[in-house]
Design a protein around this ligand. Structure first.
Ligand SMILES: *Cc1c(COP(=O)(O)O)cnc(C)c1O
Length: 229
């Protein structure tokens, strides 16, 4: 049985090796620990090993952990977000990765407390047009990006995608390559983006090969999840 500390070391090694293979500078890919459904004590262990950024998918699961862990942690919300649930995200998180609707963006902008810096957001893109996945069509992302520029309490940082499960490395790379192309296009159009949120436990090497700056890893750090997802 691996411990959390051992798993963290393994994931860090995978990231470092993937960076090297793509001739990317060491440390250019950030590790986001996806702690959905995991108990507080496991997050504490990982935090004591030096992990400072965590991601959650379910508000009722996340809020008690946020209240109890130390305030140096950066919290990312990566779950689907309904418009009646925006306030806790605006008040308790530093990042949201799953933005796809202007209505939600406006609510978050209005609800972000004045004492906090703007909420960092990524637009979720359904890059492979998968009917089972959420996210905006790539053609619609730029229009939303222009709208977000008018909302001062949000800061657009980049793009996120959650592609369909694939086992073959080349198949895994294709949607990531397409998201990177969209990201490059938006940057050429003047958006100051620095975050490509792509890659999880099973496909982080493919995502890093295609320019990911942030991988979202759950089971690779905590082991298999029992319930929910
Ligand atoms: C659960 C989840 C992850 C982590 O997936 P693993 O396969 O456990 O690494 C990453 N991103 C999103 C959006 C998730 O919901």
């Amino acid at each position: 049985m691996n411990t959390i500390a051992q798993r963290l070391a393994q994931i860090r090694t995978r990231i470092t090796q993937a960076e090297q293979r793509s001739q990317r500078p060491p440390g250019s890919v950030e590790l986001l620990a996806v702690s959905k459904t995991r108990p507080l004590c496991e997050l504490q262990v990982l935090n004591e090993c030096g992990q400072q950024t965590f991601a959650e998918n379910y508000l009722q699961d996340a809020l008690p952990k946020i209240a109890k862990l130390n305030d140096r942690i950066t919290w990312h919300f990566i779950g689907p977000l309904q418009s009646n649930k925006t306030r806790p995200v605006a008040e308790h998180f530093h990042w949201l990765h799953t933005l796809e609707r202007l209505k939600i963006a406006r609510r978050l902008n209005d609800q972000r407390p004045a004492g906090l810096p703007p909420l960092n957001v990524c637009i979720q893109v359904n890059i492979s047009a998968d009917p089972d996945k959420s996210g905006l069509a790539p053609e619609a992302a730029e229009a939303l990006a222009y709208e977000l520029a008018t909302l001062p309490r949000l800061r657009l940082r980049g793009l996120m995608t959650l592609p369909r499960r694939q086992n073959d490395f080349e198949q895994q790379r294709r949607p990531f390559r397409e998201l990177h192309a969209l990201y490059t296009q938006l940057r050429q159009d003047g958006f100051e983006l620095d975050t490509l949120s792509m890659g999880m436990t099973r496909d982080l090497e493919a995502a890093i090969a295609e320019g990911s700056t942030l991988v979202r890893v759950g089971t690779g750090l905590f082991g298999p999840r029992k319930s929910l997802q």
